[in-house]
Design a binder for this molecule. Structure first.
Ligand SMILES: Nc1ncnc2c1ncn2[C@@H]1O[C@H](COP(=O)(O)OP(=O)(O)OP(=O)(O)O)[C@@H](O)[C@H]1O
Length: 443
C-alpha cells in the first residue's frame, strides 16, 4: 500500500488528532508501524504514536516490550507501554482474558478524536468469517471485523484489511524488518491457528481467492447488518417509549413477529451493556417472559444477567448482590451512608440542623416484614407491603432493597419514597435521596 492509499484509509471518517498504532511486535503490526512512520514523514497532518500492551503472561513478554520500544525509537515514533492484569476470570479462556484486558487498556488510552490502528489483514478476516460460521453466528458475527468502529472515546481502524498476509510478509522482507514470533501461533489446539494452518491452505488449494471471497461475504453481511441495526433502533424507540428509561413495553413487543422481537431484545441487551445472549436465552425471554401472565412477575436469568417483567415493562438487570435483612447500620444522618451493594443514602434537611422530631438514635435496615408507616394526610397506618403495591412506584425486586430509616426504633422514612408520621410533619424539611434504584438496572 502506498502512502496515499494509507492516508485515504486513515481519513475515511475524518482526520484523527492522533493515531495510536496497536503494536504487538509481530509481523503485521510492525508493517503497519513502518508504513505509518513513513506516512508521518511524508505528510505532516498525521500524528502517530505506538502502544504495546504487556499482558505479563508469557516469559518472553518483557523481551517483546523491549523490542517494540527499540523498533519505535528507530522509526522515531513515540512509544507507550501499558501493563495490564490479564488473569482470566472463572469461565474465561486465557486468550479471551488477554484480549479483554487489551481492549480495556485501549479504551482507557483513547482520547476524544483519537484513533487506534490495528493490523488485521485479509487472511485474519477470512479466518474470522470461518470461525464465526463454525460457531453458528448470525449476520453480526459474519460481518467479522469492520474497517472502522467506535472504541471508547475514539475509533478503532483496521487499515490493512485489504492486504494479504503474503503481501505484508513481502513488504517486511523488502524493508528488512525484524519482528517477534509468538510461539503460541503455531499451536493448532487453538481454533484460529487450526483454521490458519490446516483449513485455509486446503481451501486455497482448490479456491485460490478464498481469503478475498470470504472477505466479500463479511462485507455483504456487514451491509445487511447495518440495515438491521437501523431497524432495531426504530423498534427500540417504539418499545422503549412511555416507561422508565432502559425498559421495554411488553404490549408493544407482543404485537411483533418473533424475528422482530428477537432483534429488538438482542439490540436492547447490547445497549444495556450485555454480551450477545445465546439463541436459547432469547427464546426463553420470548416464551417465558413476554407471554406469561402479568401477575406472575416472570423472569429469565443467565450467567451475565436477567430479564424481568413488571407490569407492562421488561427490565434488564445485573445479578444483584444479596442483602442481609438482619444487618443494622447506625447513622447520624449528617454524612452519606454507603450501603454495601446497595447505593448511598443521604438525608437533606434544608440548610439547617435536623428538626427536633428527628433527634434520637438513627438506624437503617432492610425490610423484614410487618413494617407499617403512617403517611401524612392519611388515616391510620399502612403495611409497607400494601403501600408498595398500591403505589406501583418500584418493581418488586427493588422494594426489598429500599433502606428503612428508624429514629429511636420508629420507622421514619422508607428510602427516598415516603416519610412516616410523626417524622413527616409540615415543616420537617427533611428529604432523603437513595442511589440504589439505578443499581438494579443494567450498565
Ligand atoms: N500486545 C499488544 N499490544 C498492542 N497491540 C496489540 C497487541 N496484541 C495485538 N495487538 C494489535 O491487535 C491486532 C490483532 O491482534 P490479534 O490478532 O493477536 O488479536 P485478536 O485477539 O485477534 O484481536 P481482534 O479480535 O481485534 O482481531 C494486532 O495486529 C495489533 O495491531
Amino acid at each position: 500500500m502506498d502512502a496515499a492509499e494509507l492516508a485515504g484509509r486513515l481519513t475515511a471518517s475524518g482526520l484523527a488528532n492522533r493515531y495510536w498504532i496497536g503494536y504487538s511486535g509481530g509481523l503485521d503490526s510492525h508493517v503497519l508501524l513502518h508504513q505509518c512512520a513513513r506516512l508521518g514523514l511524508a505528510d505532516g497532518r498525521f500524528r502517530f504514536a505506538a502502544v504495546h500492551v504487556h499482558h505479563g503472561l508469557q516469559p518472553a513478554a518483557e523481551a517483546w516490550a523491549e523490542h517494540c520500544a527499540k523498533a519505535c525509537s528507530e522509526l522515531n515514533v513515540p512509544f507507550r507501554l501499558m501493563r495490564v492484569d490479564a488473569r482470566a476470570a472463572p469461565g474465561q479462556s486465557p486468550e479471551e482474558a488477554a484480549r479483554d484486558a487489551r481492549y480495556r487498556a485501549f479504551e482507557a488510552l483513547l482520547e476524544e478524536g483519537e484513533a487506534l490502528l490495528t493490523a488485521q489483514h485479509a487472511d485474519d478476516q477470512a479466518e474470522t468469517v470461518l470461525l464465526q460460521l463454525l460457531r453458528g453466528a448470525g449476520l453480526a458475527g459474519l460481518a467479522a471485523m469492520p474497517e472502522s468502529m467506535a472504541l471508547g472515546r475514539g475509533r478503532l481502524l483496521r487499515p490493512l484489511l485489504a492486504w494479504s498476509r503474503e503481501a505484508l510478509q513481502g513488504y517486511a522482507e523488502a524493508h528488512g524488518l525484524r519482528w517477534v514470533e509468538d510461539p503460541s501461533n503455531r499451536d493448532t489446539s487453538y481454533d484460529r491457528n487450526f483454521i490458519r494452518r490446516e483449513v485455509m491452505p486446503l481451501l486455497a488449494g482448490r479456491w485460490p481467492g478464498v481469503a478475498a471471497t470470504l472477505g466479500r461475504t463479511a462485507r455483504h453481511c456487514a451491509e445487511a447488518q447495518s440495515q438491521l441495526e437501523r431497524l432495531a433502533e426504530d423498534l427500540l424507540l417504539a418499545a422503549g417509549a412511555g416507561g422508565p428509561e432502559g425498559t421495554l413495553s411488553v404490549a408493544c413487543l407482543r404485537r411483533w413477529q418473533a424475528p422482530e422481537q428477537r432483534l429488538a431484545l438482542r439490540h436492547w441487551l447490547r445497549h444495556a451493556g450485555f454480551r450477545a445472549p445465546s439463541a436459547a436465552v432469547l427464546q426463553r425471554i420470548v416464551a417465558e417472559v413476554l407471554t406469561a401472565a402479568e401477575h406472575r412477575n416472570p423472569h429469565v436469568a443467565w450467567r451475565e444477567g436477567e430479564v424481568r417483567r413488571y407490569r407492562d415493562r421488561l427490565y434488564a438487570l445485573r445479578p444483584l448482590p444479596p442483602l442481609d435483612a438482619q444487618v443494622v447500620y447506625p447513622w447520624d444522618g449528617r454524612r452519606p451512608l454507603v450501603l454495601p451493594g446497595n447505593g448511598v443514602l443521604r438525608l437533606l434537611s434544608g440548610d439547617g440542623p435536623l428538626p427536633v422530631g428527628w433527634h434520637g438514635a438513627m438506624q437503617v435496615r432492610y425490610r423484614r416484614g410487618g413494617e407499617r408507616c403512617r403517611l401524612p394526610g392519611r388515616q391510620g397506618s399502612h403495611a409497607l407491603k400494601k403501600l408498595f403495591q398500591e403505589s406501583a412506584l418500584l418493581p418488586p425486586w427493588v422494594r426489598e432493597r429500599v433502606p428503612l430509616v428508624y429514629v429511636d426504633g420508629c420507622l421514619a422514612a422508607v428510602g427516598d419514597l415516603w416519610l412516616c408520621e410523626p417524622f413527616a410533619g409540615p415543616g420537617s424539611g427533611v428529604t432523603l435521596s437513595w442511589s440504589g434504584h439505578g443499581l438494579s438496572y443494567a450498565r
